[in-house]
Ligand binder design. Structure first.
Ligand code: MN
Length: 253
């Protein structure tokens, strides 16, 4: 059997499961809010062009409005000032869009402390149990925050959301071979990360070293610590700093 015939058969008979890690996109999708002096991201919205009416008797379609960073989305290096000479979202080599994932579950810690920060020691403990982080793969950081994603107030939690400690972000960017970090929260950094040194360390360190961010993932609880593969599909927005994307996980059963 060819590799692809085996793949299709494994999907058909359930040896491989597809898990959707993507949040639905609607006007209710939670969006990051910045302090008033800064520009703000658009919510997602539909604007009807026609719906089987005089504007188009046989067809229904909409214009959409969104920011690049609304809903489940990818951060490209050029999103951050430290990555300003890095790539935009259209320039991501497609081979990087299908990559293995490591899943670190800190949901109990984040449930006990909404300001919980991932430390290097947590990642090193995971490596001791499961082996090295996948070279060129994703580190998926589970906090259980996806359970809040249906309610923007709970999801944003007044700016108190878990994230990554500055020294851990620096260590991940400088000392590990990961492609990027994926999270369940509205951004890859903690809600309080504007006050860290450097501010927004995950963006600062990872995007500054040509890595990527994935946010507002869900269903990470259905993934094993190792052995899954992500298919990440951002739109190739020319000069885009990021894009809403569909994120699927292939999981062996
Ligand atoms: Mn973003």
């Amino acid at each position: 059997m060819s590799v692809l015939a085996g793949f299709v058969a494994a999907l058909a008979d359930g040896d491989l499961e597809l898990v959707d890690l993507t949040a639905p996109l609607s006007a209710d999708t939670p969006v990051l809010r910045l302090p008033d002096q800064f520009g703000q991201a658009h919510r997602f919205s539909l604007s009807e062009i026609s719906r089987y009416d005089e504007r188009g008797p046989a067809w229904y379609w909409n214009n959409i409005a969104t920011s690049e960073h609304t809903g489940t989305h990818l951060d490209a290096p050029v999103h951050w000032v430290t990555g300003r000479t890095g790539g935009d979202v259209a320039e991501i080599p497609v081979r990087r869009l299908v990559r293995p994932a490591a899943v670190l579950d800190l949901s109990a810690e984040a449930a006990a402390d909404p300001d919980f920060l991932l430390q290097t020691g947590h990642v090193q403990g995971w490596i001791d149990r499961h082996g090295p982080l996948p070279a060129g793969g994703w580190l998926l950081y589970r906090t259980g925050w996806d359970a809040r994603s249906g309610d923007e107030e709970q999801f944003l939690n007044g700016g108190r959301t878990p994230g990554i400690a500055p020294e851990c972000a620096r260590w991940l960017a400088e000392q590990t071979p990961i492609l990027g970090v994926g999270v369940e929260t509205v951004g890859t950094d903690a809600g309080a990360a504007h006050g860290f040194d450097p501010p927004f360390p995950c963006h600062h360190e990872l995007l500054g070293r040509g890595r990527y961010g994935l946010t507002q993932l869900r269903n990470l609880a259905h993934l094993p610590p190792t052995g899954s593969v992500l298919i990440v599909a951002p739109l190739p927005i020319v000069n885009g700093s990021g894009s809403p994307c569909r994120v699927l996980a292939l999981v062996p059963r």
